[in-house]
Design a protein around this ligand. Structure first.
Ligand code: NAP
Length: 527
């Protein structure tokens, strides 16, 4: 049992605990931990089911894994890395970056790995959470920060015969490097962000590659390039140049929110440009027709690649666009009755992002269950707090995802909000804060009204952004700058703030001047 854990458990019954449990050691969990330390909170534990930090960038080590957001923006604003080797970071570099953050900010002594949370229960009497991991260890905490990531649970398709396949098979987020693909007939199922990176990176090694496409993605040209030693040295010696690069990337990406959320007509013009990329890379009209999406650009995540279309046209590669009827013990049968023998199946079929959204059983006030609260689709206040689940904060919570910019920017916004909440919780000795249901309802009604106008809801596609009932539970409907402004401070007004002693309930009125004041320059710089 680690020191922090036993301390927390021992002190819980004796005195008021200020312990904080962070679940997840990816960008969200580490960002939260760093800001806690900076603010002088040292009493916290980070739990992660994996054997180290990194979150999605530890789990996704498939060939070619690379972030599709530029390096300077896909990193903490307070921890620039002048040594990115490419304009878009590769998975090993991102993992190394997060390992570096864990070391530099002395987070390892707070970290418990191999600790898969299996339940969290709130005790209204003490205003504390009891968090349990798979091996039975428990932590008592004043607050829980759930930073489990939107894309941490791989999804396998419910195809008949899937488990009867006799050869090796795995999901892209659980890549089995022990399986030697050389010379084999390999099936890749899915054509999303993961698949379009996997395909060009294995096509030259395998004997035959069969790519099973259900819906073609929109693919735009890549602007990735190496960052040379001179440029790196400039960033290291003159950090302002890297800040400028970040600022400029931020605004280049930010304007795209306009097209996705309000001026969707702009996407039609963009579609014509993107179609030219397809035409330039695929000469065969029949293949081009199968690769041309029939829904609006942006409805599904827009993908970036210069390598995917050429890979599909290698002599050893076949694009299969007939639906899959079943997996057989030796291959894959499509709906036209044809069976193709394969040696290995790689499922690039994405993640459970919108369905089954409570990652583990969570019990709030009066035993309320988060999975039941969210059965018609997850919702929260500002994507961060959920009514009935006091002192629980979600990083990358409902409707904080993006189709156009860097999640690290959103994470830093949420972390600032949670930090302010935790600081007030401690300073005012509140037992707990619980967002009022009416505040959460109004917030979500407005959010969903806005989402109804976006390309994600109107673009004529099915995507992981929306739950089975069609509700968009993942995306923020506007500019990230707006979200930054709205999460700048923790305003207690929409919350029930319960005092520690005598059970007095204190609905704190917002103090004059509580409204955040921030310049757009500061927003872009991530300050
Ligand atoms: P995804 O975008 O959800 O793609 C899953 C693919 O599997 C889709 O093409 C889907 O087809 C297909 N599929 C699912 N079930 C199927 C079935 N029964 N039969 C045939 N095809 C099936 O998943 P992902 O590629 O792992 O990416 C998920 C998200 O992770 C991305 O959108 C992105 O946010 C993130 N990501 C980012 C990067 C990056 O930064 N470069 C890389 C990887 C992932 P349909 O389209 O018809 O549903």
């Amino acid at each position: 049992m680690p020191t922090t854990a036993s301390t927390a458990t021992a002190t819980a019954s004796a005195a008021r605990t200020e312990h904080i449990v962070i679940v997840g050691a990816g960008f969200g969990g580490l960002g939260m931990a760093i800001k806690l330390k900076e603010a002088g909170f040292d009493d916290f534990t980070i739990l992660d089911k994996d054997d180290g930090v990194g979150g999605t960038w530890r789990a996704n080590h498939y060939p070619g894994a690379q972030c599709d957001v530029p390096s300077h923006l896909y990193s903490f604003s307070f921890e620039p890395n002048p040594r990115w080797s490419r304009t878009f970071p590769l998975q090993p570099e991102l993992l190394a970056y997060l390992e570096h953050c864990a070391d530099k900010y002395d987070l390892r002594r707070h970290l418990v790995t191999g600790a898969e949370v299996v339940g969290a229960r709130f005790d209204e009497a003490t205003g504390t959470w009891e968090v349990e991991v798979r091996d039975g260890r428990r932590w008592t905490a004043r607050a829980v920060v759930a930073a489990t990531g939107g894309l941490s649970r791989p999804k396998l398709p419910e195809l008949p015969g899937r488990d009867d396949f006799r050869g090796p098979w795995f999901h892209s987020a659980r890549w089995d490097h022990d399986v030697d693909l050389r010379g084999k007939t390999v099936a890749v199922i899915g054509t999303g962000a993961s698949a379009i990176q996997v395909v060009p990176n294995i096509v030259d090694d395998v004997g035959r590659l069969l790519v099973f496409q259900r819906t073609p993605p929109w693919i735009v040209p890549h602007t990735d390039r190496p960052i040379g030693a001179r440029e790196q040295a400039l960033f290291a010696r003159l950090p302002v140049t890297q800040k400028l690069a970040r600022w400029s990337t931020y605004w280049q990406l930010e304007w795209r929110a306009l097209a996705f959320t309000r001026a969707t007509w702009m996407l039609k013009a963009a579609e014509r440009l993107v179609a030219r990329h397809l035409a330039a890379q695929v000469a065969d009209p029949a293949l081009r027709a199968r690769l041309r999406p029939t829904y609006s650009l942006g409805c599904k995540r827009v993908l970036i690649s210069d390598l995917y279309y050429p890979a599909l046209q290698r002599p050893n590669c076949e694009l299969v666009s007939d639906g899959i009827a079943a997996i057989t013990p030796t291959g894959i049968r499509t709906v036209d009755g044809q069976e193709r023998a394969v040696d290995v199946i790689v499922y690039c079929t994405g993640f459970a992002a919108a369905d089954d959204v409570a990652p583990y059983p969570v019990y709030g006030r009066g035993g309320r269950r988060l999975d039941l609260e969210w059965r018609d689709g997850a919702e929260a206040f500002l994507g961060t707090t959920v009514s009935g689940f006091p002192n629980m904060f979600t990083i990358v919570g409902p409707n904080t995802g993006l189709g156009h910019s860097s999640m690290v920017f959103m994470i830093e916004s949420q972390v600032a909000y949670v930090m302010d909440a935790l600081a007030q919780l401690r300073a005012r000795r509140w037992k707990y804060v619980d967002v009022r249901p009416e505040a959460q309802d109004v917030f979500n009604q407005r959010l969903q009204t806005r989402l109804d106008r976006t390309v994600w809801n109107t673009g004529g596609c099915a995507s992981w952004y929306r739950a089975a009932n069609g509700k968009n539970v993942t995306l923020w409907p506007g500019f990230t700058a707006e979200y930054r402004l709205r999460t700048r401070r923790f305003d207690p007004a929409p919350y029930e703030c319960v005092a520690d002693d005598a059970g007095a309930r204190d609905r704190a009125a917002p103090a004059p001047g509580d409204a955040p004041v921030v310049t757009l320059g500061a927003v872009a710089a991530g300050q």
